[in-house]
Design a binder for this molecule. Structure first.
Ligand SMILES: Cc1ncc(COP(=O)(O)O)c(C=O)c1O
Length: 402
């Protein structure tokens, strides 16, 4: 007979785990779901994904790939036709000639961020990011032993970094700048001239500039003819810029886990090595399906959805202002409104909890996105239709009267 096993003691958790915080948004989500299961009516404005799904053509292409048996591993950087289609999209959308060899297809923007920071970050390196920022960015840097310096960016700066801030905060260990335009949680963009200035400041210091363009295609400025004006891509600034993008937002494919990374040619070999080791390849079925994203039929559906997002923003922002939320700058894109609640509460986390319990409206506290003014801000996500947004406004109005 075998000797009894010694008592099990949980193995030590890696020290780095102390640096990884969970999402407060998920706590609100958990509470909201529990309330809903107990019979309450809850409206969710806390989830950062479109309410739309992939187009029928994309779904058909996924079906066809599955039935053809196109379900084996692919090369790590993605199938050639998709890399070429993404590169061609830069030509049609931005008039920018992008060589397909600079494109790496990844498991969502998250996969791109993991591979990119794994390629760029040494222990002790510092990265500059705006406060507020998308929280996972900091975690990727800390996973590889780096640190993030969050630079407070208020309403006066449209919640985005400026060249002057980058110059002022750059230190001996700073290795790069990461920003998103439009941003999560603010929906604000970095003006082209400021982005150029940031790029020059980073380049002069031998650093790397990473721009997350995941909300491109979801900006709502129109030109004189009424068509949506496109934000320029940061790739136009020079061959040294790293750009992150994804099929999750504009293409409404969050769960398909597909994104891409554009990097300087000098880095593609390293990116490929790491991608092979971490992921082998991005989802094969999703890659074949995504080829259909760039067809004129699919693109016209995305543009129609973009108009719906614009209409939701144009309804929600003034309605929230009327209720007492401070929104100094109308967000230019994404599907977020970052609202200052200091006229209504001195603690935005408590405000979110009370609003959830009192009105059945789930929003995200600023705490997830930064340190400095987080207690004053909440994030609304307008990934529900206007009728539901109207219901949200009625509920908040009644809640505030109590
Ligand atoms: C700014 C930003 N970057 C990256 C991601 C990750 O997206 P993906 O689904 O492509 O991994 C998100 C998701 O919300 C985001 O808001």
């Amino acid at each position: 007979m075998n000797a009894p096993l010694p008592a099990w003691r949980p193995p030590a958790v890696a020290e780095r785990m102390a640096q990884i915080e969970s999402f407060y948004a998920m706590e609100i989500m958990r509470e909201a779901t529990a309330l809903e299961q107990a019979g309450r009516s809850i409206i969710y404005l806390c989830v950062g994904e479109p309410d739309f799904v992939a187009t029928a053509a994309v779904m058909d292409a996924a079906d066809a790939a599955t039935r053809r048996g196109d379900t084996h591993y692919t090369v790590a950087l993605g199938i050639e036709p998709l890399r070429r289609a993404i590169a061609a999209f830069y030509q049609t959308r931005y008039g920018f000639a992008l060589p397909a060899k600079r494109v790496a297809v990844t498991a969502g923007a998250s996969g791109a961020l993991l591979i990119l920071f794994g390629t760029l970050v040494n222990p002790g390196d510092e990265w500059l990011m705006p406060d507020p920022t998308y929280p996972c960015n900091r975690r990727f840097v800390s996973l590889f032993g780096g640190t993030t310096k969050l630079v407070p960016c208020g309403a006066a700066e449209n919640y985005q970094l400026t060249p002057e801030m980058v110059e002022r905060h750059w230190g001996p260990n700073t290795r790069g700048v990461m920003l998103a335009s439009p941003s999560n949680p603010t929906g604000t963009t970095v003006p082209a001239a400021a982005l150029r200035g940031i790029h020059e400041a980073v380049r002069a210091r031998g650093g790397a500039l990473v721009v997350d363009e995941i909300y491109h295609g979801l900006t709502y400025m129109r030109d004189r003819s009424g068509t949506f004006a496109e934000e320029p891509t940061a790739l136009e600034l020079g061959d040294d810029v790293f750009v992150i993008n994804s099929f999750s937002k504009y293409f409404s494919m969050t769960g398909w886990r597909l994104g891409w990374l554009v990097a300087p040619v000098s880095h593609l070999g390293h990116i490929e090595k790491l991608a092979q080791n971490l992921f082998i390849c991005p989802s094969t079925i999703a890659q074949h399906a995504a080829l259909e994203c760039f067809s004129p039929a699919s693109l016209s559906i995305y543009e129609e959805r973009r108009a719906q997002f614009a209409a939701r923003r144009d309804y929600l922002v003034p309605a929230l202002r009327e209720l007492g939320f401070r929104i100094p700058n109308t967000p230019q894109g994404a599907f977020y409104v970052y609202a200052d609640v200091s006229a209504l509460s001195d603690d935005s986390f408590r405000f979110c909890t009370e609003l959830l319990h009192g009105a059945g409206v789930a929003i995200t506290p600023g705490r997830d996105f930064g340190d400095v003014d987080a207690h004053r801000y909440v994030r609304f996500t307008y990934t529900i239709d206007i009728a539901q947004l109207q219901e949200v406004v009625l509920r908040i109005k009644a809640f505030l009267k109590k």
